[in-house]
Each structure stands twice: as C-alpha cells, then as structure tokens.
Design a protein around this ligand. Structure first.
Ligand code: HEC
Length: 123
C-alpha cells in the first residue's frame, strides 16, 4: 500500500515538473516577435495554400475556386502589404477564404501577410 502511495507521489511530482518546464519554455516564445511562417503552418493557411503557397494544400486542391499560386503576378486584391492584410482580415467573398479578423491578432495577420508575400516573391 505504501509503495503505491510513493509511486503516485513520484508520478505527480514528475507531471508537476513537466508543466513547470513547459511554461518556462513557452514564455520567451510568446514575448518574441510573431513568426509569419508559424502562423501560416499552425493556423491552417498551409492546408489550403500549400507549404510553398502554390495553392496545392490538401484542402485547397478540392476547392473551387482553388487558392491561387502566390507566385502569380496579380492577385485579386493586390499584392502590396496593406492589400494582403485586408484580404486576410476580410476574407474573399465567394471562396473558401474566411475572414481572419478577430481570429488572429493584428500582429499575427501582419506577420502572415509578410510571409505569403515572401512565398510569392512580392518583395
Ligand atoms: C479553406 C481554405 C483556405 C484557408 C484555410 C486559407 N485560405 Fe487563403 N484563400 C483561399 C481561397 C480559396 C482563396 C481565393 C482564391 C485566391 O485568391 O487565392 C484565398 C485567398 C487568399 C488571399 C488573397 C489572394 C488574392 O488573390 O488576393 C490571401 C492573401 C490568403 N488567402 C491568405 C491566407 C492566409 C494568410 C491564411 C491563413 C491565416 C489563409 N489564406 C487561409 C483558401 C484558404
């Protein structure tokens, strides 16, 4: 009986230590600048737009219209940073592109806008 108690205590302590470690690891990341690439991969953009922004993500391939290839010279709403931010905030009516205002923070939207422009060589 005592042995079980000791084991339980040991397990609990391990879990508690793990949690502490986790928050120590994530705190600096949260304080650092937002990475557009991280937003792109972790918030789902990549599933439609594809890792290289060619519009060939697994979900995007099934859409009509498909997400464009970001390397296209012209985009529906323009390729300058302000226009791209607007497209991401408001979405594109009549397509699978949802509005992300309120879903992502302003910093995340700006960072991911810069990332998709980079994928399309819009520098
Ligand atoms: C459900 C699939 C889907 C997801 C998820 C998605 N998009 Fe889109 N996106 C589209 C489609 C479809 C369009 C419309 C066709 C086009 O213009 O590429 C579009 C359009 C855009 C455009 C405008 C291109 C233009 O022509 O003006 C940008 C910029 C964009 N997406 C960025 C993003 C970013 C950044 C994310 C993640 C925060 C994201 N998309 C998530 C499907 C998606």
């Amino acid at each position: 009986m005592n042995k079980i108690l000791v084991l339980l205590l040991a397990a609990f302590t391990l879990v508690a230590c793990d949690k502490k470690q986790e928050s120590a690891n994530t705190a600096p990341a949260a304080a650092a600048a937002v990475s557009g690439e991280t937003v792109y991969t972790e918030k789902g953009c990549v599933t439609c737009h594809g890792a290289q922004g060619k519009g060939d993500g697994p979900v995007g391939a099934a859409l009509k219209p498909k997400p464009r290839n970001f390397a296209d010279a012209k985009w529906k709403n323009g390729t300058d940073l302000a226009s791209v931010i607007k497209s991401i905030e408001a979405g594109i009516t009549g397509t699978g592109m949802a509005p992300y205002k309120g879903v992502l923070t302003a910093d995340e939207i700006k960072a991911v806008a810069e990332h998709v422009r980079k994928l399309g060589n819009k520098t």
